[in-house]
Ligand binder design. Structure first.
Ligand SMILES: [Cu+2]
Ligand SMILES: [Zn+2]
Length: 201
């Protein structure tokens, strides 16, 4: 009977798929990867923090960070695309070091800062220059950070507005529009220069 043949074939295909599951699981979204660590250094090469990135359950990723010797206040805090923190790689336009770390991690190709996978909760540094935080994101997995060119975590000089500029703010000189967030804001949330960088390993 043709129906039975098809059923048997479907069962065999299902078993076959299960048989290769052990290797496929290495890259599957639910797979728990080895935790990654980074040491944050400022532009002078001084250690100013440590962090760990680890899978937490099948969907979430936990980041735990501790910093010291940084200016007090809120700082933009992001995962950047490239695992290279060269303090001598300075952006001629802004004077910011660590341009080798690339832009914000953004596998989905969103043009709006705040929607990038690498946009993290702001890092708060107290009056003594230290800060500690731990949080969970569902926007990336550890395996995505350990790609061929690696990844970096960057601390910025200024607070992060996540691209949240209400339309009552006008800027008629900007080519992207006349209200709300302009191109600079949509790129990196007005977080200013990069003050510390750590390669995720
Ligand atoms: Cu950044
Ligand atoms: Zn961003």
């Amino acid at each position: 009977m043709p129906g039975r043949t098809h059923l048997a074939l479907a069962v065999m295909l299902a078993l076959g798929a299960a048989g290769v599951g052990s290797s496929a699981a290495e890259a599957a979204p639910g797979h728990t990867a080895r935790p990654l660590d980074a040491t944050l250094r400022d532009a002078a090469g001084k250690r100013v923090g440590v962090l760990r990135i680890e899978d937490e359950g099948p969907q979430a990723t936990r980041i735990t960070v501790s910093v010291w010797g940084l200016p007090a206040g809120y700082h933009g805090f992001h995962v950047h695309t490239t695992g290279r923190c060269d303090a001598r790689a300075v952006d001629p336009a802004t004077g910011s070091p660590f341009t080798t770390a690339g832009t914000h991690l953004d596998p989905a190709g969103s043009a709006h800062h705040g929607d990038h996978a690498g946009d993290l909760p702001a890092l708060y540094v107290g009056r003594d220059g230290t800060g500690r935080t731990s949080f969970v994101t569902d926007r990336f997995r550890v395996t995505q950070l350990a790609d061929s060119d690696g990844s970096a975590v960057v601390v910025h000089a200024l607070p992060d507005n996540y691209g949240n500029i209400p339309s009552r703010y006008t800027h008629p000189a900007d080519a992207t529009g006349t209200t709300g967030a302009d191109a600079t804001t949509l790129k990196a949330g007005d977080t200013g220069n990069r003050i510390a960088c750590g390669v995720v390993r």
